[in-house]
Structures are given as C-alpha cells and as structure tokens.
Write a protein that binds this ligand. Structure first.
Ligand SMILES: O=C(O)CCC(=O)C(=O)O
Length: 295
C-alpha cells in the first residue's frame, strides 16, 4: 500500500479548488526529470517492439501505414499492466499521489493508456465525455495525463471545455443505435467550442480532467509524435458499474487501491451497503465456506 501521508501537499488547496470548479487542471513541468526520463525510455521500448509487428494486437494499436522502418503507433494499451516503470509511476509514484491529493483520500486505479498521436496526421480524438465509457457509482473519476514530449498547438494537444463537467451527459450513440464514442453533431452545436482550453505544455507537464468533462484533440500535423500517458482513478469508495462499456476489461491491475484501504462500502439511494471483500482476483468463497469460517 502506498503511504500518502503528507503527500496531499503536492498540490495547493487553490489548485484543488480550481480542478473542482473548472473540471480540469494544467500543471506545467510537474514530473521531475529522472522520472520523465524513465517514462520516455519505457515508451521507446514499445516503439522498438512495434517494429516487429504488422498488425495491432492486445498491447499495441498501430496506425495504417505502420512499418518496421517508420513505426506509427496509435496507442499502447494498459501501460500499467505492460511495464514496471509505468506500473510504479501510476500505482506508487507521482500519478497515484496526485490522484489521492485531488480526490482527498485513497483512490481506486481504473485503467491506463499511452496515446502516441504520431507525427504527420496522428488521428484526432473527437469531442466526448469519458463517464459513459465506464460509468461509476459517483462522478469522482479523473484522468491524469503526462506529456512525454514538448507539445505545442500544432501537435494536437488535449482540449477541454471548462465547466462542462457540470453540464449534460451526452448520449454517445449514433442515431442507428450503434456506439459512436463521441458527442453527436446536434449536441455539439449546443456547446461553445470557442471556449475550449488547449492544454499545451513542455515534456513532464500534467493534465487532469474530470470524467464528465467534454474533451478531445485535433490531428497531429507536426513532424513530431505527441505521446500522452493517461491514467484514470476514482475515489476508493467509487466503484465501476459492471457490464457497461470498458468496465471489467480494463487490465489485471484495475481496482488496485492506492493510498489507503477500501472499506467496501457504497451508498446507493441514500443507503450504505457494507459490501463483501473484493474476490475478483482470488475467487469468491461459497456462502457455506464463509459461514463456517473455512476461508
Ligand atoms: O489523446 C488525447 O488527446 C485524448 C485522449 C482521450 O480523451 C481518450 O483516450 O479518452
């Protein structure tokens, strides 16, 4: 378990208030240079690994046009499950500590990804909200991003619509009923996208956005890739709702509690359920075993 005593000071009360009010935070140069170097080295290992691949797989999502000589990676899936450096950073290091500080106590890790948004046309991420992809029992989930390279306006930085985390939760299905994963054209017209804040920053800068925030990013038209390492956490007393979207398929370490214990208590319709322990990894005992104290 990570000891976060005192680590709440890694951000100021004003920064926490700003996050709560606006639904996002931008922390310039937040990751120290040694940690940043380690993260970059780990990401380069996956670029090298990709050279042997012709098609996307469970770990790496490749763009069309990817070759051994000129790799084009869209995403590294679940870096936390696939490399110790990312695991340490997200579960024991700065990212987990920042999540605890922002959410005011222990947190539950949900998932991670490294979006490379490659040079010369790396794809846009259309305007969307995250919570519909993985609903939770509250709206505490947030995503912490770390730029592994300097990111300017030309490179498709993360864009957020300040305050939109308090607004409508849009239906992200298409009119034909298929999942769209993005806000529809008519709904987009209700939003003032001139107000979008583009979160550019030097390598090591951090972005934070709430799960209800309208956000997205443009294609990368520069000659430099835009690697953004993202990790999502909720409060420890917030739980992913099973059988909706990505919940349940977010990686083996999903559900890890950081900075304290989970008390397995969830409040629904004003009633607190003192839930059983999490048996998802070791398997559930039978009611007979529990009652006879076999386990
Ligand atoms: O990589 C980006 O610019 C945005 C990422 C994002 O919103 C997502 O992957 O859900």
């Amino acid at each position: 378990m990570v000891d976060i005593a005192g680590d709440h000071q890694i951000i100021s009360p004003e920064q926490r208030e700003t996050y709560e009010r606006n639904g996002y935070l931008q922390l310039a140069g937040f990751v120290d240079s040694d940690t940043l170097d380690d993260l970059k080295k780990a990401s380069i290992e996956f670029v090298e690994l990709s050279r042997d691949l012709q098609t996307s797989g469970k770990v790496l999502d490749l763009e069309p046009g990817h070759t051994e000589q000129t790799p084009r990676i869209r995403r590294l899936n679940s870096p936390v499950d696939n490399h110790e450096t990312f695991r340490n950073f997200s579960l024991e290091g700065m990212a987990g500590k920042l999540a605890c500080a922002l959410l005011g106590g222990p947190v539950r890790y949900h998932h991670s990804k490294l979006n490379f948004k490659w040079s010369d046309g790396g794809e846009e991420v259309k305007w969307h909200q995250d919570i519909q992809f993985w609903p939770h029992t509250d709206f505490s989930p947030l995503t912490i991003g770390v730029y592994l390279a300097d990111v300017d306006q030309e490179m498709g930085p993360m864009g957020v619509l300040p305050g939109s985390h308090r607004g409508v939760l849009f239906d992200q299905y298409r009119t034909d009923g298929a999942w769209n994963g993005a806000i529809g054209t008519q709904d987009l017209e209700t939003l003032d996208l001139d107000e979008v804040a583009w979160l550019t920053g030097t390598a090591g800068s951090v972005t934070v956005h709430n799960c209800c925030m309208v956000h997205g990013s443009l294609p990368n038209n520069s000659s430099r890739p835009r690697p953004l390492l993202l990790q999502t956490y909720s409060r420890a007393d917030s739980y992913p709702i099973a059988h909706i979207g990505a919940n349940g398929s977010t990686g083996a370490l999903s559900g890890t509690v950081i900075g304290g214990d989970s008390h397995q208590r969830v409040v629904i319709q004003g009633r607190e359920i003192p839930g059983a322990p999490d048996w998802s990894r070791r398997g559930a005992p039978t009611i007979f075993g529990s009652q006879q104290q076999d386990t």
